[in-house]
Design a protein around this ligand. Structure first.
Ligand code: ZN
Length: 190
């Protein structure tokens, strides 16, 4: 499940922006090159993803509108597993698979989402070299989830209309009960 909803007591280094912040539903901007500022963003993203803990994070989830995602299927359990993808795009998809997903911007929500079984993707790395690779199964799912984020697509956009309706109703109920984080506050902190 991408971005396993974090342990309640975990404090990420950068606050995570929650739905329905508009930054989550607005496409991010392409990165023009790597500089210290971008390297700092990536370092913050990796630290935040590991602290959450999660297996993926997109820059707009910490309030930054650049097209950057990080993925680490070990959620920080193993050293050097973080994949940094700048301006990522999905080139090809094959097959499909239903699987459980969570999202750090939707705390506590876990839903079955259909995703491609295999993908071919392209991105720039931190050395500003083109990376083109294939992924399958869970890795493909996490990359698709994070690429969706930088395209302004959130995970309930991938649900069937009926499931989306239930998910949004549940969020509304949690917001009414004060059990959903205040998105404006989450954005100010980010
Ligand atoms: Zn997410």
């Amino acid at each position: 499940m991408p971005e396993f909803p974090g342990k309640a007591e975990a404090v990420p280094v950068r606050p995570i922006v929650v739905y329905p912040s508009p930054i989550l539903t607005t496409p991010c901007k392409s990165v023009e090159g790597v500089d210290d500022d971008l390297r700092q963003l990536v370092a913050d993203m990796i630290e935040t993803m590991h602290a959450a803990p999660g297996v993926g994070l997109a820059a707009n989830q910490i309030g930054d509108d650049r097209r950057v995602i990080v993925v680490d299927l070990s959620a920080g359990e193993e050293e050097g597993q973080s994949l940094v993808l700048i301006n990522p795009e999905i080139l090809e998809v094959g097959g499909h698979e239903n699987g459980e997903e969570g999202c750090l911007s939707f705390p506590g929500l876990v839903e079955f989402i259909e995703r491609p079984l295999t993908i071919r993707y392209r991105a720039m790395d931190l050395e500003w070299k083109v990376v083109e690779a294939e992924a399958e199964g869970f890795l493909a799912r996490v990359i698709c989830h994070e690429v969706d984020h930088v395209n302004g697509i959130v995970f309930h956009d991938r649900m069937s209309p009926l499931k989306r309706k239930f998910a949004l109703k549940k969020i509304e109920r949690l917001r009414r009960q004060g059990e959903w984080p205040d998105w404006e506050e989450s954005q100010q902190r980010a």
